[in-house]
Design a protein around this ligand. Structure first.
Ligand code: G3H
Length: 481
């Protein structure tokens, strides 16, 4: 509600994936703490957001688009002043490399600027009139109310803002809870919010998700749930809402994106793109390639080239120049990945690259696991880390059937050098996932492109334009002539 609160209650320590020597061995470094707010503080934040919205009659939802844009431009200016500190915090909190942390910050500023341009265009549309059957109508884009925004740990700034920014700029008021890993980096931006927007437009909720968010949903006063994370948490939160049919959900969730490498593929392109797709930011991306189907006739050559490519990657602390692989963010991840590899070995697979799967402190050396089958965790589970499961196939029907049976439907990458074969593969896959990449890795951007998924992978669509639509409703002012 535009106030900075002091806090003398319980706090949660924030530990970095960057480890330091201690008497007990290498341990994650404690770099700060955040307030363990309770349901009481969350409800106060909700009341502030409801009061600022005031059933659509508040200062913010009734403010003209040009003035709302001015507030956002002030915010961009103030946010840019915090660039260096926020980038440093992204590196420390989630172990993202300097290059990728910088990209995350700059991409977010670019996203906000593109959003402003898109909003101006939408506003121009709504100043036009439409006439039909003797009725003249002005079609507006109106806000929806109070939005609860939660972003993921792997893009704690960028993906939080891909919902928060469009939500506020459309005239809604927002509660946002920073992710558990990636919390501190929001702190330098709180004052920028405070100084740029009217009271109650942006309200920050601190605390453990399980303690603060279910109660917010149970009030029935959240109009939009904008959540990027696991489908399990999203479904749980949705179910808490007493009038689920009145809740709009904008969700980006689990994925198990497959690459399909056919017999005709250019293997050097396939290998380069698969390495980028599977191992950028250590594979901790919803759009990462999380399983590779390779035609059995080219499997040996593909695995050899893939192992050679992986061996060239550089490990290091995030701020070192040219590093590709950095410490993994979540404390339990190295043990989980080890468990997946052990399970795969017990069911007949091998790690085919030297040192694959070895880990020390929070570093995990990428493991290429082959041949993966349906008895293994790695077949369906979203590993979200540097492990590359590879499955041989004989008929293209096998990867198609894998996708049909999958609970996920975000993206696939098809690697083929035969245009007829490529054309034949596009149709089945484009009806099963929301993006088919040809001879290229899976990814979300460019941000003007629609980003969504089928089945358990998403609800609603994000992109600069789609997000503005997701956080608003078309309403008419109609006059009979
Ligand atoms: O983790 C999910 C993100 O949407 C991935 O975005 O493809 O730009 O890395 P990206």
């Amino acid at each position: 509600n535009g106030e900075m609160r002091t806090w003398d209650g319980d706090v949660s320590e924030v530990s970095s994936p960057i480890c330091v020597p201690t008497p007990e061995g290498l341990q994650r470094k404690v770099i700060g703490s955040y307030p363990l707010g309770t349901e009481k503080e969350a409800m106060e934040a909700l009341d502030a957001a409801i009061a600022a919205y005031d059933n659509g009659r508040g200062e913010w939802p009734t403010m003209g688009v040009a003035d709302r844009i001015k507030c956002l431009q002030t915010f961009v200016y103030k946010m840019s002043e915090q660039r260096e500190l926020v980038i440093k915090l992204i590196m420390w909190e989630i172990g993202k490399s300097l290059a990728d942390s910088t990209k995350e910050f700059d991409r977010t500023i670019e996203y906000i600027n593109l959003t402003i341009d898109a909003l101006k265009e939408i506003d121009r549309e709504s100043s036009r009139f439409t006439m039909a059957e003797g009725v003249v109508a002005q079609i507006r884009r109106s806000p929806l109310g109070v939005v609860l925004c939660m972003g993921p740990f792997n893009y704690p700034l960028n993906e939080t803002f891909t919902t928060l920014i469009p939500a506020i700029i459309m005239g809604n008021t927002v509660l946002f809870k920073p992710p558990k890993h990636g919390t501190l980096l929001h702190y330098p931006l709180l004052r920028a919010f405070q100084e740029s927007f009217p009271k109650g437009v942006v309200n920050t909720v601190y605390g453990r998700g399980a303690n603060v968010t279910p109660g917010l949903m149970a009030t029935g006063k959240i109009n939009v749930l904008a959540f990027i994370g696991s489908s399990k948490v999203a479904n749980d939160l949705k179910k808490r809402h007493p009038k689920i049919n009145r809740l709009r959900a904008v969700l980006s969730l689990d994925a198990k994106n497959a690459a399909i490498v056919t017999k005709s593929a250019d293997l050097s392109i396939a290998v380069n793109e698969c390495i980028l797709g599977a191992l950028s930011y250590n594979g901790q991306r919803c759009t990462a390639i999380k399983i590779i189907h390779v035609h059995k006739d080219v499997a040996d050559e593909f695995l050899k080239l893939l192992s050679e490519g992986v061996a060239k990657l550089k490990f290091g602390l995030p701020w070192l120049k040219g590093v590709n692989l950095t410490p993994v963010a979540e404390p339990g991840k190295p043990a989980y990945l080890e468990e997946c590899i052990t399970d795969a070995k017990a069911n007949g697979a091998q790690v085919v690259n030297e040192n694959g799967g070895e880990n020390v402190a929070s570093f995990v050396y990428p493991a290429i696991v082959y041949p993966v089958n349906d008895k293994m965790k790695l077949y369906r589970e979203e590993q979200f880390g540097p492990v590359i499961p590879v499955i041989p196939f004989e008929s293209i029907e096998e990867p198609i059937q894998y996708q049909i049976d999958s609970p996920h439907g975000m993206q696939v990458s098809i690697f083929s050098n035969d245009p007829i074969e490529t054309a034949q593969l596009i149709d089945p896959f484009v009806n099963l996932v929301s993006r088919v990449n040809i001879n290229a890795q899976c990814q979300r951007g460019p941000d003007v492109f629609p980003f969504t998924g089928r089945k358990d992978s998403a609800e609603g669509t994000l992109s600069v334009n789609d997000a503005l639509r997701s956080f608003s409703i078309r309403s008419l002012v109609a006059t009979k002539l």
